[in-house]
Design a protein around this ligand. Structure first.
Ligand code: G3P
Ligand code: MG
Length: 244
């Protein structure tokens, strides 16, 4: 099985992260899937944005959770990146699912609830994905282990992955114990030992954020289940140059 290439926040090297232009570009580049970050507005609508505060990626200030949907979609989420993306807006999860549904792309919905543990984020996101018939194509992930336990309770068959940047003791056993069948790690903790442990425990190992050719090659050599990259075009080129 080839390592699947997920566009990290869309093709985020080329267009503002987590916006439709970044997702469209990932699709045009032939990425295998898209990773995006989900949070809730004040009126409990799931929207795609990485930071808890809108300041870095929009012309607004303050927290996502303090904006209603009507307010947050007025923000300009493109100008910070380049003037050619002026007036690009924040996308709702619903719009994203509508867009991706007829395409063959995989999805990784990262629940951004490790800083603010949004109430019912798991069930809101899960039910929407289910309504669109996209459960099989979706991996739900989080840095918050409690969230993954809640997701397991909702549906033990859902694809879930624990996200981590550090190699804690018994990481693979811990990941299994919270009900996940995937582990998403920062590139710097990738090792042959961890690859082997994941294989033994039946965990799908995916790696973030992999932007350099040598890093990509290592993920391919280890036959990781997936990698997340801001440059899916490079990752595809690099993968196609490998011997079969
Ligand atoms: O889901 C992989 C990766 O996106 C996790 O880190 O901070 O880029 O959301 P971050
Ligand atoms: Mg993410």
């Amino acid at each position: 099985m080839k390592t699947r290439i997920f566009a990290h926040r869309g093709a985020s090297q080329y267009a503002p992260e987590n916006t439709m232009p970044a997702f469209e570009l990932a699709y045009e580049m032939n990425a295998d899937g898209i990773e995006t970050d989900v949070q809730l507005t004040k009126d409990h609508i799931p929207v795609l944005i990485h930071d808890e505060n809108v300041r870095r990626t929009t012309n607004g200030i303050g927290f996502v959770q303090d904006y209603t949907l009507q307010e947050i979609i007025q923000l300009d989420a493109g100008s910070w990146f380049s003037s050619s993306f002026t007036n690009t807006s924040i996308v709702t999860l619903e719009k994203f699912l509508q867009w991706i549904s007829p395409k063959s792309l995989k999805l990784n919905l990262e629940l951004k609830n490790n800083v603010i543990d949004y109430k019912n984020l798991e069930s809101i996101v899960y039910n929407m994905v289910k309504d669109y018939g996209l459960l099989e194509r979706t991996v739900f992930s989080s840095f918050n282990p409690k969230s993954m336990e809640r997701m397991y309770k909702l549906d033990p068959a859902a694809n879930t992955a624990f996200l981590t940047t550090s190699k804690i003791r018994r990481l693979t056993q811990f990941t299994r114990s919270i009900g996940c069948n995937g582990l998403h790690i920062k590139y710097r903790i990738l090792s042959s030992q961890l690859v082997e442990e994941c294989r033994k425990t039946g965990l799908d190992l995916r790696v973030f954020t992999v932007n350099r050719p040598a890093q990509m090659d290592r993920c391919y050599k280890f036959k990781c289940a997936g990698l997340f990259t801001d440059v899916p075009d490079f990752a595809l080129k690099q993968r196609s140059s490998l011997p079969n």
